[in-house]
Design a protein around this ligand. Structure first.
Ligand SMILES: Nc1ncnc2c1ncn2[C@@H]1O[C@H](COP(=O)(O)OP(=O)(O)OP(=O)(O)O)[C@@H](O)[C@H]1O
Length: 237
């Protein structure tokens, strides 16, 4: 049987009176990359925010490692091993690269040790080692994205949610980031839930796809089942 880490059932979420997620069902399997695609404004970011309790669930459930988590606060979810890399990265511009990474470690508390130590992080993203003392705000978009992933990694996640990590970054860095994410899933068993609009990036790393439309899942399938040309057409309509 597949080892499902995260699952939603009949998930509804709204901003005030405006319902955005309308009974959404999906699953993310352990150690796999699950990608949610869909046109602008269909609710992809809202879904990740709802998983993190930044938007409240109005109906339905979210289950993480067999436990219902839809009513838990964000910090608790972070402590349970759910890492979130939001759109726009949200690194602290006035702190150095090292200090930004340290913030991720501090989230663990003094007793725990990062399972992925700093050395390993620097091996994944060598540029962060070179720029350890540089201010976060002085990094390029791609370097900031790498830093945001590094910061989440030192907090020992079992699951990482990423919101359009390739937005506004050059293709060669996007490819490097894709390779790191793929390795984290395949070698460390970390589950990746990715929101992405760029099909060429998604194709590089995805095991299973979902396509969202107006707050519902419209289509799903494994990388072998889906015809990516059809998807391309659908996304560009
Ligand atoms: N804070 C908010 N308050 C009210 N409505 C919002 C808020 N944030 C987003 N929305 C609306 O919710 C809908 C879904 O937005 P969301 O950002 O989740 O879509 P998305 O699929 O991630 O799109 P994009 O790719 O453009 O980020 C949109 O109609 C958007 O205008």
């Amino acid at each position: 049987m597949k080892d499902i880490i995260l699952e939603s059932n009949d998930l509804h979420a709204a901003y005030g009176q405006s319902m955005i997620l309308w009974g959404l069902n999906f699953k993310a399997e352990k150690g796999k990359v699950t990608t949610i695609m869909g046109r602008n404004g269909v609710g992809k970011t809202t879904l990740l925010k709802t998983i993190m309790s930044l938007v409240q669930v109005s109906k339905g459930t979210i289950t993480y490692k067999g436990e219902e988590i839809q009513t838990l606060p964000s910090f608790k979810k972070a402590n349970m091993g759910i890492g979130y890399v939001p759109q726009g990265r949200e690194i602290i511009p006035k702190l150095t690269v090292y200090e930004n990474i340290k913030l991720g470690m501090e989230a663990l508390g003094s007793k725990s040790k990062a399972k992925i130590p700093e050395d390993e992080i620097y091996a994944m993203f060598p540029i962060l080692k070179d720029f350890r003392k540089r201010l976060g705000g002085n990094l390029s978009g791609g370097q900031q994205q790498q830093l945001a992933i590094a910061r989440v990694l030192v907090s020992n996640p079992s699951l990482i949610l990423l919101d359009e990590p390739t937005e506004g970054i050059q293709p060669s860095i996007a490819q490097e980031i894709g390779q790191v994410l793929k390795n984290l899933a395949a070698e460390k068993g970390i589950t990746i839930l990715l929101v992405e609009q760029k099909i060429d990036f998604a194709k590089q790393i995805t095991d299973y796809y979902y396509f969202m439309d107006r707050g519902r899942m419209l289509m799903e399938g494994s990388k072998d089942e889906l015809d990516l040309d059809d998807i391309r057409k659908y996304l560009s309509v």
